[in-house]
Design a protein around this ligand. Structure first.
Ligand code: SF4
Ligand code: MG
Length: 350
C-alpha cells in the first residue's frame, strides 16, 4: 500500500544573521494510512520545522525549502501551493501547544508572537468565534455548526460544553484549553492530524488524560497522525513507529518497542538511557549541544558527541540510512554491514 504521507529528501535552510543555517538536511519520512508516527528529538533538532513544512506553515522567509518532495496520497504539495492549501483545508488538522502556557524559553518573543498572530490570532474573542472561522469556510449551517462544536467538546469530555462556548480561554485550565484545541483541530473532519508537542506544558496526570483522549479520537475516526515530541515516554504511549531526529537528520526509524527496548543508533541509545524511570525525559541527558547549523559538523552530524565515533571515518563520511534485515533503519556507519560484529560490540559496550 502507498503511504498516506511521504516526505522525500527534505532540505530546509534559514537565513540568519550568522549565515545560512542548514536546519533540515535530507529528511525522508512516511506515514501509512491509519498509522501514528512520532518524531522524537531534542529542542532545536528540526522536528517542528518538519511539521510546519508538512502543514504548509513554514515561514518563508526566513525559511527556505531548498530540496524535497511532499506527497499526500500521491499528490506532490511542495511545488504546488494551491494543492497544498486544498489538502490543508480538506484533509489536515493541526493541534498546537496551548499558547496561554507555552511561553517557552526556546523561542524568542518575536517568534512566539508571530506564532500567535499566524495561528491563534483570535484568542481575544470567544471560542465559538474561532470555531466559526474554521467551520464557516465549509458552508455549514449555524445549527449544524453548533451541534458539531458541542459534540466534539462532549467527546473530549469537557463538562458543560454549552457554557464553555461562551468562556474565554483564560478562564479555562491548561488541560481544558488543550482539549478545546484538539476539538478545534477535529472541526474540519481531518483525516490526518499533525500535533506539535501539545501536552508539553501540562503536568503528567493531565498529559496522560489528553493522550488518552487523543488516541480515542484517532481510533474512532481512523485517523493518521504525525506527532512531534521531545519525550520518548509520550511517543511510546501514542505512536506506532518512531523517527529519532538529530540535528536536522533522521538517526533511526523503528517500532516503539524496537527503539525503546533496543536502540541501535548511539544517539537513540543516549536518549533512551537518559530517561529516568517514571519521570520526564531529561533534555540534558546527552553531553554537548545540538551543533551550530550554519557550520554543521562534517560527516556524521553526531560525531562530536558520539561515544562510538571512529576518527577518520565518522567525521568524513555522512552515514546513509541503512536498512537492516528486520526492517529497522539506522543512519550510522557502524551498521554498514548490517548488525555486524562491530555494531554488536558497540551495543554491548553501552
Ligand atoms: Fe557515531 Fe559514527 Fe555512527 Fe555517527 S556514524 S553515530 S559518529 S558511530
Ligand atoms: Mg518545537
Amino acid at each position: 500500500t502507498d503511504p498516506i504521507l511521504e516526505l522525500r529528501d527534505l532540505e530546509v535552510h534559514f537565513n540568519t544573521f550568522d549565515g545560512r543555517a542548514e536546519v533540515i538536511n535530507g529528511v525522508d519520512l512516511t506515514v501509512e494510512e491509519g498509522e501514528t508516527v512520532a518524531i522524537v528529538g531534542e529542542s532545536g533538532c528540526g522536528k517542528s520545522v518538519t511539521a510546519e513544512t508538512v502543514m504548509g506553515m513554514l515561514p518563508q522567509p526566513p525559511g527556505e525549502i531548498v530540496n524535497g518532495e511532499l506527497y499526500y496520497r500521491d499528490e506532490e504539495l511542495l511545488g504546488d501551493e494551491t494543492a497544498h492549501e486544498r489538502v490543508k483545508t480538506e484533509s489536515l488538522g493541526m493541534i498546537f501547544q496551548d499558547p496561554m502556557t507555552s511561553l517557552s524559553p526556546v523561542f524568542t518573543v518575536g517568534e512566539m508572537m508571530r506564532d500567535v498572530m499566524t495561528y491563534q490570532n483570535k484568542t481575544n474573542v470567544g471560542w465559538l468565534e474561532i470555531f466559526r472561522n474554521i467551520v464557516g469556510r465549509r458552508d455549514v449551517s449555524e445549527a449544524d455548526m453548533h451541534d458539531r462544536c458541542i459534540e466534539l467538546l462532549d467527546r473530549l469530555q469537557i463538562p458543560d460544553p454549552e457554557g464553555i462556548l461562551d468562556r474565554y480561554p483564560i478562564e479555562l485550565s491548561g488541560g481544558m484549553r488543550q482539549r478545546v484545541l484538539i476539538a478545534m483541530a477535529m472541526l474540519g473532519e481531518p483525516e490526518f492530524l499533525i500535533a506539535d508537542e501539545p501536552t508539553t506544558a501540562l503536568d503528567v496526570t493531565v498529559q496522560d488524560q489528553i493522550l488518552d483522549l487523543l488516541s480515542e479520537q484517532v481510533k474512532r475516526e481512523d485517523l493518521s497522525m504525525l506527532y512531534i515530541t521531545h519525550n520518548l515516554g509520550v511517543a511510546r504511549r501514542i505512536a506506532d513507529r518512531i523517527y529519532v531526529m538529530y540535528a536536522g537528520e533522521i538517526a533511526e526509524v523503528g517500532s516503539c518497542e524496537d527503539i525503546l527496548d533496543e536502540p541501535l543508533h548511539p544517539y537513540s541509545r543516549g536518549l533512551v538511557d537518559s530517561v529516568p524511570k517514571l519521570t520526564e525525559f531529561d533534555r540534558e541527558g546527552i553531553e554537548g549541544l545540538i551543533p551550530n547549523y550554519t557550520e554543521p559538523p562534517s560527516g556524521c552530524r553526531f560525531h562530536p558527541r558520539c561515544p562510538a565515533a571512529v576518527a577518520g571515518e565518522c567525521d568524513v563520511t555522512r552515514p546513509p540510512r541503512f536498512e537492516l534485515a528486520d526492517g529497522r533503519e539506522v543512519a550510522c556507519l557502524l551498521y554498514e554491514d548490517g548488525l555486524s560484529p562491530a555494531a554488536a560490540n558497540e551495543i554491548a559496550a553501552t
